[in-house]
Design a protein around this ligand. Structure first.
Ligand code: ATP
Ligand code: MG
Length: 423
């Protein structure tokens, strides 16, 4: 009896082949750009106590109410695969008492998990790159994180990006706005889409996010958040815009932009592109001055963003594939005593920093050399039975067909010879 072949779970995918090089490139690029701004990488666990996300993201959000991968472990604890990175980073900084040590600039990268309907640009396991800066209310920090995000994207050569900006105010401002919005929407309640009807009592701000045309039409004449900003939030918002202008960074005010998470205050932004179809958000972020308190730490202002790496990979693929790393040497062998020698030679050559692959097919030398050609190897080291006794090993340059003899072991120890031929 044969069983059906196993497949990757719906909403997850394997990353390999030419695509993996884009990921490696993205990761290296993130380290470079974020390192230049002196952000420190942090790696937090893939799962945390469920309560962390309930408190840190908010019960009224889509993520907590319907997207979390929550399970009970063998010790009866309720755990959740992280749906986003911020809550874990905050938990970590509180736990390690880093928030009393001045401004902390962090970045992270890794897999996130959300139970969503899989479609282009939307998976159940996906990857985010994010930054968080803790310990300053200074609008320059809001500007810095946005500038770093844009620099990261622009240096990747991604065109047609728009920075959308809003301020969601301080909690009291938002409270007044919420009341006004609910008052405005209540007479239309029956005409709203079903999700928005639920949100009207649970999380009215999220109604602004609705993509339903009827709801959108009703929202067209709704009150707007920026009209409700208090003095402090208003001033902060103006300073953020002045900072962006001073750096020559273009932005568009979007008074309907709200972030999906409850803990955001003041600055909210999203970076979008028309090149991704329906899932137009490359990333988003904002200020969350009350999250640390919410999670039991000393009140600490903070601002950050997260980007979806799958969406970036799609954008990068439009620019073509990055070149594959070239194979330097393919070691072929056939006959008695050649197995050990081919192992030793491969090891020595890798020691010189060369990219080396050892053929283990035991097919004919001719076939093995053909394989070297196919792999695009620069050279081929040919180990046959005679060579085991003589120690005179042919090295064939595949582009020219020229062959030269290298003596084992001394010739293979000669780093200068190998490096001058390959670098
Ligand atoms: P969206 O409106 O697209 O659902 P979101 O508000 O849920 O986005 P955030 O929580 O702010 O997104 O996450 C930041 C970024 O992570 C998004 O802008 C997007 O690029 C990416 N992202 C979010 N959810 C997914 C997913 N399920 N699959 C792939 N990428 C995602
Ligand atoms: Mg979402």
């Amino acid at each position: 009896m044969t069983s059906a072949p196993l497949q990757a779970i719906r909403g997850t995918r394997d990353i390999w082949g030419t695509e993996i090089r884009l990921w490696q490139y993205l990761e290296q690029h993130a380290r470079d750009i974020l390192g230049r701004a002196n952000y420190q990488e942090i790696r937090t666990p893939l799962f945390e106590a469920t309560e962390l996300f309930q408190r840190g993201i908010g019960e009224g959000t889509d993520i907590v109410s319907k997207e979390m991968y929550t399970f009970t472990d063998r010790g009866e604890r309720s755990l959740t695969l992280r749906p986003e990175g911020t809550a874990g980073v905050v938990r970590s900084l509180i736990e390690h008492k880093r928030l009393s040590q001045g401004v902390q600039r962090c970045w992270y990268q890794g897999a996130m998990f959300r139970y969503e309907r899989p479609q282009a640009g939307r998976q159940r396991q996906f990857h985010q790159l994010g930054v968080e800066v803790f310990g300053s209310e200074d609008p320059r920090v809001d500007v810095e994180v946005m500038a770093v995000a844009l620099e990261f994207l622009q240096a990747l050569g991604i065109p047609n990006l728009t920075l959308e900006l809003n301020s969601v105010g301080d909690p009291a401002d938002r409270q007044r706005y919420k009341a006004a919005l609910v008052e405005y929407l209540t007479p239309y309640a029956a005409d709203l889409d079903p999700d928005s009807q639920v949100r009207l009592t649970k999380n009215p701000l999220r109604i602004l996010d609705s993509k339903d045309p009827a709801t959108q039409a009703i929202l067209r004449t709704a009150p707007l958040l920026p009209q409700y900003l208090g003095k402090a939030a208003q001033q902060h918002f103006e300073q953020v815009q002045e900072g962006l202008q001073a750096l020559g960074l273009a932005y568009e005010l979007n008074p309907r932009l709200v972030r999906g998470l409850d803990y955001y205050t003041r600055t909210a932004f999203e970076i979008t592109t028309q090149d991704l179809g329906a899932q137009s958000a490359v990333g988003g972020g904002g200020r969350y001055d009350h999250l640390v308190e919410e999670l039991g730490g000393t009140a600490t202002p903070a601002v950050g963003w997260a980007m979806g790496l799958e969406r970036l990979v799609v954008l990068l693929q439009k620019q073509g594939e990055p070149p594959a790393p070239e194979l330097d040497i393919y070691v072929v062998s056939q006959g008695a005593g050649t197995a050990t020698l081919s192992l030793q030679i491969s090891q020595m050559l890798r020691g010189h920093g060369l990219r080396v692959e050892m053929d283990v097919s035991q097919s004919s030398l001719g076939k093995q050399i053909k394989r070297a050609d196919k792999l695009g190897s620069k050279a081929c080291v040919i180990v046959g039975e005679t060579e085991v006794t003589t120690g005179q090993i042919p090295v064939k340059w595949l582009a020219t067909g020229v062959q030269e003899i290298v003596t084992f072991p001394n010739g293979f120890r000669d780093a200068t010879f190998w490096q001058k031929n390959f670098r």
